[in-house]
Every structure is written in structure tokens, then in C-alpha cells.
Design a protein around this ligand. Structure first.
Ligand SMILES: [Zn+2]
Ligand SMILES: [Zn+2]
Length: 322
């Protein structure tokens, strides 16, 4: 999810190289994206804009006419659904419309601070792409070309960065869309069960309000349930993931970095133990016919393709980190 890397550093050893890279690319520099409503739109974002109205149409044009009208159940369900839909739209508007850029330090003040060497004392870091100091929790998003405070991730579905300024609205989207899709899924399943029990109420409603055959309604309900199941599963997973992040006080970016480091350390340890095990094996005698042509040098276990890739990846990562 977090497809961006941090270009911020307080290490003065990187100054010259980073500054020269920035100067070389400064002629083609575009202004940073302000929010997710700006061009260019991402393909996933367009897909979201198409999918959301379809979900609403599925409820209001297909499910709502078939709801149970006794004791106002249909009103209650529709009110809950409408509140979730409005909540989703409002939360999306604020998430996408908010510019999550780091404005902790203004340009002139910061450059002055950096010159006189107060950056590290103030616990801020310098971004050589933005050419200014930023908050220590900020990361530079390459998609948006700006530093985002408490950077969580760049969301392709919303085409904007999620950071300190819009994380709350992002969580509101997750809650509202989950309610929306869960309600549609529950109603679709209940109606499908009713359809297979040859309910007279349902048949009357279909004849009177939809003008479809029972088989067509069953087919539409099954298709709806399959699509909604996928959406609900994704949303529950994503929501649970962010609950865990909140509990651990991490961002998505922090989690990915920690997880990559854990996997890299684990793989390195596995390779190290494997090599150590091979090296501790008794060496074959030079007279041993099986050792012919091998000499007396210590034999090293061949490293598999995946291990070589991991080792190369580790080297690259180590070089980049340095
Ligand atoms: Zn930056
Ligand atoms: Zn971004």
C-alpha cells in the first residue's frame, strides 16, 4: 500500500549527493499535488467513482422495493443505509479534498534554522526534494511530490496521501462503507433465502414493483452477494488492520518497513545457519575418490536462486539505506 520511500534525512553526509540530484531534476519539477481531485486521476480512483454509484443503485433500485414494510422495517433500514451513504460521501470529500502536506515549518524560517544548525535540536528533518525542513514523522510521497506529516500511505483508490490531516476522515470512510456494504449483503442474503422459500410477499413485490421474473431476481441477488462478499471481506481486513495499527501506534508505512526488516533478518538468519551447517560438515579426504577434482578447499553449499535474490535485495537495501 505504501509505495513511497522517504527522502528525508538529518544526516549531513547525504547533503551533497541529494542536493545535486535535486538540482539536476529541478528544471522538470512539477508543483506538488494539492489533493486527490487534481489531475492526473488514477485508474483505481476512476474505478471507485464508477463502483460506488452502482452500489447505491443496487440498493435503491433493486433491494429497497423488496424490503419488508411491516412495522417500519423498510424505513429503518433505508435511513441507516442513507446515513452511511451520505457519511461515505462526506468522508471521501474531506479525505480527498484535504491537502495533507507538512506545514510544520515555513520555508524561510526553516532554511534559516537549518543553516544555523538547529534542525536536529528541534527534532525535525530536512527533505532534499522539498528543500525544506519537515516534521520528523513526515515522509516524502513521490506520487504527490510533497512531504506528508505522519505519512500513512498513498491511497490509489482515493488518489491522495493519507497522513495526520486526513487519517481520521479515512477511518470514517472505512466505517461508513463497511456499514453500507454489510447492510446490502445482509438484506441480499435474507431476500435470497426468502426467494427460495417461494414467499408470496416477495413474489407480489417483484410483480408489482420490479416487473422481473423470480429467476432473474434470484440471479441478481446471487451476483450481488458475490460482489458484496468480496467488498466486505476487503473492508473488514483493511479495517481490522488499521485497528491493530492504532493499537500499536504505528502507521501503515511504519508497519511495512518493520515487516520488511523482520522478513529480511529472518531470511538472512536462515541462510547464515544453512551455510554454517554446511561448513561444519566433515571435509572429504583427498584420497577419497569421491573428492576427485574438488581439491581440499572448503565446500560451500550452493545458494538457491531465491536465496541469491534475497541476498542481492539485502545488498541493495543496505546500500540504499546507507
Ligand atoms: Zn519532501
Ligand atoms: Zn501521495
Amino acid at each position: 500500500m505504501a509505495s513511497n520511500s522517504c527522502c528525508c534525512s538529518s544526516d549531513s553526509n547525504n547533503n551533497n549527493q541529494s542536493s545535486s540530484n535535486n538540482i539536476a531534476g529541478s528544471n522538470q519539477k512539477r508543483p506538488p499535488r494539492k489533493n486527490g481531485f487534481q489531475y492526473p486521476f488514477h485508474l483505481f480512483q476512476v474505478a471507485t467513482w464508477l463502483l460506488f454509484p452502482l452500489i447505491l443503485v443496487q440498493y435503491y433500485a433493486f433491494l429497497m422495493p423488496l424490503l419488508w414494510s411491516s412495522e417500519g422495517v423498510h424505513i429503518l433500514l433505508t435511513v441507516i443505509y442513507t446515513c452511511s451513504a451520505v457519511g461515505t460521501v462526506v468522508a471521501v470529500y474531506f479525505t480527498v479534498g484535504t491537502d495533507p502536506i507538512d506545514e510544520t515549518y515555513s520555508g524561510n524560517e526553516v532554511q534559516h534554522q537549518h543553516r544555523i544548525g538547529q534542525s536536529e535540536a528541534n527534532n525535525n528533518i530536512h527533505c532534499y526534494l522539498c528543500e525544506r525542513d519537515v516534521h520528523s514523522s513526515s515522509k516524502h510521497c513521490r506520487e504527490c511530490d510533497k512531504c506528508v506529516m505522519r505519512f500513512d500511505h498513498h491511497c490509489k483508490w482515493l488518489n491522495t496521501c493519507i497522513g495526520a490531516k486526513n487519517y481520521f476522515y479515512f477511518l470514517c470512510i472505512l466505517v461508513a462503507v463497511k456499514l453500507l456494504t454489510l447492510e446490502s449483503l445482509a438484506i441480499s442474503i435474507a431476500l435470497l433465502v426468502e426467494a427460495f422459500t417461494s414467499s408470496e410477499r416477495l413474489m407480489d413485490q417483484i410483480d408489482m414493483l420490479l416487473g422481473l421474473s423470480m429467476d432473474a431476481v434470484k440471479g441478481l441477488l446471487i451476483a450481488s452477494i458475490l460482489i458484496l462478499l468480496v467488498l466486505v471481506t476487503m473492508l473488514v481486513q483493511l479495517g481490522s488492520f488499521h485497528v491493530v495499527l492504532l493499537y500499536r501506534g504505528l502507521t501503515t508505512y511504519d508497519f511495512i518497513v518493520l515487516e520488511q526488516k523482520r522478513l529480511r533478518d529472518k531470511e538472512q538468519e536462515r541462510i547464515r545457519l544453512k551455510l554454517q551447517k554446511q561448513n561444519n560438515k566433515p571435509q572429504p579426504s583427498p584420497e577419497d575418490p569421491r573428492s576427485e577434482g574438488r581439491g581440499t578447499e572448503m565446500q560451500v553449499a550452493p545458494i538457491s536462486g531465491s536465496e541469491q535474490r534475497v541476498a542481492r535485495g539485502y545488498e541493495v537495501a543496505t546500500t540504499e539505506d546507507a
